[in-house]
Design a protein around this ligand. Structure first.
Ligand SMILES: O=C(O)C(=O)C[C@]1(C(=O)O)C=C[C@@H](O)C=C1
Length: 376
């Protein structure tokens, strides 16, 4: 099959437009557009090679860091065609796309959701969706909400734009550390780099330390940058695992604003699972409604009337048609995402959705899947 062949040709870290010249052992999956981040890393390693003018010691350290990063067995290496063929033919190792680089929380979530999987790094959330759709990987595991920072809106929008199904959820306790190069002390720090969600989850600590926030694509990417650029005035908010991978020192631990910091991730696949009734299930739907008083109340009542518990409600602008004219006025138009505790195999859930369909202008079931009941 052509798509399988393509995957065979681009093992491990799939990069760029999948042309051979772009293959890179440490690459992440990236489709279309330019590869600005990769260029930055390439020029960074070039400047490390040439030294940065901060003396011999600094350039020796830079070369060491680069060597650690290149040689580390923990970093993704390209698979050989044989290895990938094995994976595909016996189907024993699921390939799971996540956003970020090695050491990101999303990687841990992918490994928790699919133990023994091959976690495949992707540069963007969109790329992870596309990688599943193009059969480059089997599943994607992406963050959807955090107990302190709230919803990851981008993934709500992408759930609708793509045609993947939610087949499960996984909750991960997120414990942030402040990571810096060896020898750098807390009082040397001026800046902090991380994913915006991670920065938001550590708002109090970062304000207390008076650090200037700089947003990057993921927490582990921030750690990698600190190490690659051998920065001495900046730290990363990232995991202890990222500290180990990129050879950084943990300057402070558990810096999130609350000890109970949990991120919920969705497991996505090309095919839905068959919903059961043998355990606790959750169903995620998205719908839109007519304009008018009490319409949302009526929509939510279809669940209340049947004693179905709602666990999440989120509204997002209806991007294709963001404004609606009614009675000479213009209203914002919304999509409502709702998670409720029932399986689509339950008659009561089917009845609730049939009832909702009577007045919803649009309705889609995103997935019906087992609830992650693990205690964190
Ligand atoms: O940057 C990472 O390490 C991620 O996996 C992303 C992400 C997120 O998008 O919320 C995941 C978990 C944490 O909440 C912080 C960041």
């Amino acid at each position: 099959m052509a798509v399988r062949l393509q995957a065979t040709q681009v093992p491990g870290g799939i990069s760029g437009n999948l042309s051979p010249s772009n293959r890179n052992p440490n690459a992440v999956i990236r489709f279309g557009r330019g590869s600005s981040k990769r260029n930055r890393l390439v020029s960074l390693s070039a400047s490390l090679r040439e030294g940065d003018g901060r003396g011999k010691e600094s350039s020796v350290r830079a070369v060491e860091v680069k060597k650690i990063l290149e040689d580390s067995p923990l970093l993704p290496k390209p698979l050989s065609s044989n290895q990938l063929a094995e994976t595909v033919s016996n189907g024993s190792r699921v390939r799971v796309a996540y956003q970020g680089v090695r050491g990101a929380y999303s990687e841990s979530a992918a490994e928790k959701a699919y133990p023994n999987c091959e976690a495949v790094p992707c540069e963007e959330f969109d790329t992870a969706f596309e990688a599943v759709e193009r059969w480059l990987v089997d599943r994607a595991v992406l963050p959807i909400e955090n107990s302190l920072g709230g919803s990851i809106h981008r993934n709500y929008d992408l759930l609708l734009r793509h045609n993947l199904h939610i087949v499960g959820e996984v909750k991960l306790a997120v414990r942030h550390c402040l990571l810096a190069n060896h020898g750098v002390k807390l009082e040397d720090l001026r800046r902090v780099l991380s994913h915006p969600q991670a920065l938001a989850q550590c708002e109090n600590t970062l304000t207390r330390l008076g650090l200037v926030r700089e947003a990057v694509d993921d927490t582990a990417g921030a750690a990698k940058q600190i190490a690659f650029e051998d920065l001495s005035d900046a730290a990363a908010v990232a995991s202890a695992k990222a500290a180990e991978i990129y050879g950084l020192n943990i300057v402070a631990e558990d810096i999130q604003d609350d000890t109970d910091n949990v991120t919920r991730f969705l497991m996505l696949a090309r095919e839905p699972i068959i919903p059961g009734t043998n355990r606790l299930f959750k169903t995620s739907i998205v719908f839109s409604l007519e304009e008018g008083p009490g319409v949302l109340f009526k929509a939510l009542a279809v669940f209340a009337l049947r004693q179905i518990n709602l666990t999440k409600i989120e509204s997002r602008p209806l991007r294709k048609n963001p404004l609606r004219a009614s009675g000479g006025l213009k209203y914002f138009d919304y999509l409502f995402y709702v998670d409720f505790e029932a399986s689509m195999a339950d008659e009561v859930a089917q009845n609730a959705l049939r009832h909702l369909e009577e007045f919803a202008t649009f309705l889609r079931v995103l997935g019906s899947y087992p609830v992650d009941t693990t205690m964190l």
